[in-house]
Write a protein that binds this ligand. Structure first.
Ligand code: FAD
Ligand code: NAG
Ligand code: NAG
Ligand code: NAG
Ligand code: NAG
Ligand code: NAG
Length: 513
């Protein structure tokens, strides 16, 4: 059996050669596509297990993917991931460990005074402790209900359904913005869309702790990848290893049981025994990469069922501060009649005290709208909001920065969100390899999808999958479904679709009796 595989593999190489395609590096073992946290971690995992004959193809000119900083008005701001989420709990978040290793500059985010910093179209409100208490009690109920559903093996419902069963849904502008902060602010999609059982309580906060640390480091948040990427760096931390190939946009993947051939837009072709694909869920949902043969229906279904959410931080630079400063003022909310209209605000007094920079966060449809209109139109909308919050005499903004993650063909959104209707069995299809093609990335982490630590764990998982037999035992009969510690931990909490269905059928049968 093994012999046949090797022969087929050689045949593949030969045929590529006779077609006259420049098959550089055709003898590598593994091609990793994407140099974000998951791709870099997958490479480290291979390295640690003695597999060093691999390359990493990355479309942009840098390592880091969705962890990316940019100069804005002379300061470094984070366009993508900004927080180490889940700290000071029972388990240690590996991203927090990395942050310590590089002595990343962070600050603990304190949201406890949020309800005293709510503004409406007619200015600041007095402290809103009541509204906050209502939201908190409702969220506690929502979490309790989720725990009960899971314990009973009941079907999933949306977060909104859970809120309705509490007896009231947020409806005033203030209730809506507090609700937006709690759910959309974290998952970038509204309660109507999000799965109750897979987002409440979030395993991130349950396992790693409730605290969030905001990264504000002149070297950029992506510095945390350096300790993982040591196998690619010179002693002074520069990415010098020729296995890392930047500005290589993969546009075609031919996969068989024996190997893969990966083509890039600049006309290069690479062959290998296996590939690990770490591009975002949004890219998988797009047509950027031509798969040959087409991905099977079960895979496409999983890809299309999961959600790529959009989360946008808009940075503004002013000549001077007109917002509140001092303890308990960092985060503030704008409660508009229209839910999600420039709702979450943050100043950078602690991190960049002299900068006079603030930023506002929008998500979902507002993000889509903003990505499609001019920056001037957005700025005009924002100035109108700020004037209703702080009065007409505030200064004009000097600069604005609007990341466009959704329009960017290399991302097509910000991070994945688990929508109502995707069972854990279906989720496993998102992770499952096909022939010699493996899938990693934030969206393939069953416990921590949407987060940097999810990308990190997925890189380890995909690397391990290859090592534990699937590269060395080519042509083995693959079941396809990945069983890592993380997945198993999740499965022990979450009944599988089949058992859910069984419970449902048994109940149904009982009712009939
Ligand atoms: C605005 C925003 C805010 C966020 N906030 C947080 C936060 O506060 N905390 C947190 O933990 N997480 C946050 N996240 C999520 C976090 O950034 C991601 O979960 C994580 O960085 C994803 O890593 P990854 O390796 O899975 O994917 P990516 O980082 O997307 O890496 C994939 C790589 O593949 C490359 N690529 C894409 N297409 C191709 C192609 N065709 N050929 C070659 N290369 C290609 C991309 O350029 C990219 O470098 C945020 C994300 C965004 C966008
Ligand atoms: C949630 O459950 C806890 C105990 O499990 C209980 O103390 C609390 O009152 C419940 N809260 C709500 C709002 O149901
Ligand atoms: C959860 O189950 C417990 C025990 O059956 C029950 O007391 C509680 O009311 C339930 N909570 C919710 C929110 O369903
Ligand atoms: C809460 O915010 C209000 C309004 O900005 C501020 O006056 C107050 O000092 C803050 N309280 C705490 C405890 O930080
Ligand atoms: C945006 O506004 C600035 C300043 O008012 C102006 O100089 C610029 O031409 C405008 N750009 C567009 C695209 O309208
Ligand atoms: C692969 O596994 C399935 C299920 O265990 C089995 O039915 C099938 O015969 C196997 N195929 C091969 C080629 O071994």
């Amino acid at each position: 059996m093994k012999l046949v595989c090797v022969q087929l593999f050689l045949l593949l190489l030969l045929s590529v050669d006779t077609l006259g395609i420049s098959a550089e590096d055709s003898n590598v073992d593994v091609i990793i596509i994407g140099a974000g946290m998951s791709g870099i971690t997958a490479g480290k995992t291979l390295t640690a297990n003695g597999i060093t004959n691999f390359i990493i193809l990355e479309a942009t000119d840098k390592v880091g993917g969705r962890i990316r900083n940019s100069d804005f008005a002379g300061y470094e701001v984070e366009l993508g991931a900004n927080w180490v989420e889940g700290v000071n709990g029972e388990q240690l978040n590996p991203v927090w460990t990395l942050a310590q290793q590089v002595k990343l500059r962070t600050s603990l985010s304190d949201f406890s005074n949020l309800s005293s910093n709510v503004y409406t179209a007619s200015g600041p409100l007095p402290p809103q402790t009541d509204a906050d208490a209502i939201t908190t009690a409702q969220n506690e109920y929502v979490i309790n209900l989720s725990v009960n559903l899971t314990a009973n093996g009941d079907d999933d419902i949306s977060v909104l359904t859970a809120q309705r069963s509490y007896g009231s849904v947020p409806s005033t502008p203030v209730e809506m913005v507090l609700d937006y902060f709690l759910y959309d602010g974290e998952y970038a999609e509204p309660p109507r869309v999000s799965s109750l059982k897979n987002t409440q309580p979030g395993p991130t906060f349950k396992n790693f702790g409730e605290d969030l640390y905001f990264a504000a480091d002149p070297r950029g948040f992506a510095t945390i990848i350096k300790p993982v990427a040591s196998y690619l760096q010179s002693k002074d931390g520069k990415y010098v290893d020729p296995r890392l190939k930047l500005e290589k946009v993969v546009n075609k993947i031919v996969y068989t049981k024996e190997g893969v051939t990966v083509s890039t837009e600049d006309g290069s072709t690479y062959t290998a025994k296996a590939a690990i694909l770490t591009v975002s869920l949004g890219v998988l949902q797009s047509k950027l990469i031509d798969f040959q043969p087409d991905l099977p229906f079960w895979k496409l279904e999983a890809i299309f069922e999961f959600d790529m959410a959009i989360y946008t931080k808009i940075f503004l630079k002013f000549p001077y501060k007109f917002w509140r400063t001092g303890p308990g003022t960092e985060f503030f909310l704008y409660a508009d009649d229209s839910r999600g209209y420039y709702p979450i605000w943050q100043h950078l007094e602690r991190e960049l005290p002299e900068s006079n920079i603030i930023f506002v966060t929008v998500t979902d449809d507002e993000s889509r709208k903003i990505e499609q209109q001019s920056n001037n139109e957005t700025l005009a909308e924002i100035m109108e909001v700020l004037k209703s919050m702080f009065g007409p005499d505030i200064p004009e903004a000097e600069e604005i920065l609007i990341p466009r993650w959704w329009s960017d063909r290399l991302y097509k959104g910000s991070f994945s969100n688990w929508p109502i209707g995707v069972t854990h069995h279906e989720f496993a299809q998102l992770q499952a390899p096909i022939d010699r093609l493996y899938f990693a990335g934030e969206h393939t982490s069953a416990l921590y999808n949407g987060y940097i630590h999810g990308a990190y764990f997925s890189g380890i998982d995909a690397g391990k999958d290859e090592i534990t037999g699937k590269i060395n035992l080519r042509c083995t009969n693959q079941t396809g479904i990945r069983h890592t510690e993380a997945t198993m931990a999740k499965e022990s909490q979450q009944p599988k679709a089949s058992s859910q269905l069984k419970v449902h059928l048994i109940r149904h049968a009982r009712e009939k009796l």
